[in-house]
Design a protein around this ligand. Sequence first.
Ligand code: UDP
Ligand code: MG
Length: 321
Amino acid sequence: MSDKKETLSIVIPAYNEAGNISRTAQALRRAMETESISAAVYFVDDGSSDGTWEEIQAAAQAWDMVRGLRFSRNFGKEAAIFAGLSAAAGDCCAVMDCDLQHPIEALVRMYRLWEQGFEVIEGIKEDRGRENILYKGMSALFYKLMTAASKLDMSRTSDFKLLDRKAVDAIISLPERNTFFRALSGWVGFKTATVGFQVQEREIGQSKWSTWKLMQYAVTNILSFTTKPLYLVIGAGALFAVLAVIQGIDSIISYVTHQAVEGVTTVILIELIIGSIVMFSLGIIGSYVGKIYEEVKGRHRYVIAGTVGLPRREERPHDAL
Ligand code: UDP
Ligand code: MG
């Protein structure tokens, strides 16, 4: 383990990335040495089932500025980012993907902006790389909702960012469990700059996101960032109150004018519509109750099973590395 303290900590979540670890570490080392940036790389093994952890250990052997954390199981990319940021010692921290889809040249530009005094440097996708139509459509819908909710333009943002120590400390000290790192860097404020980058092709391995995982991710993020869906429930209630008044008046008129009772179909339809709206509303409210339950339990965001290149795990609590 090296006692050298770095200026830049590079946090890299890695889930089943055995093929990418040494490539990424070597590419970063070359770039950091050419640019004379004192940097350390923090790989966070998010419970991989391939040889990712062995690769991280080998990379730490090869370069003393590689550090590694290993989760006891797959806790997800958000947790991995938080674990890396909590372990990082640098004056600024960058987060990037393990598959080199985030170009190192953009990381260097971010670092130069940090040197000029910017505190939050956001990586902005100039194009979204190759994605299928369904993915593009779904992500467009998700970002529309998130942009409306957070009032930040979310459609081109990514998890590729560089943050000053002050911003990192502000983010890792947040007590909430369900976080959305991408939006939090905007939420903390500070002097912000952006760096555009072209999403590179993933060369080794496959994207780790299944459609189901992405949908869960989208729902969790919407729930953790906005309470707007709850107002939908109030909106639906108000609409139906108005309809009820109109229907009520109509019924009274029919009664007074002694018109024959009719409209069983209408009754069934109204029952069905109201029933589904009530269920839908309960679902929305229930989702928030579920999130409150998760937050109140206050469980660790992740559990660390081992580290390399870092002080011994026993000396640190799981969560506050
Ligand atoms: N990742 C992770 N945990 C997960 C899923 C992904 O740490 O549960 C990491 C992955 O190893 C990679 C980054 O998050 O470094 C982005 O994942 P991926 O390249 O699969 O996503 P995409 O680029 O397709 O959005
Ligand atoms: Mg990728």
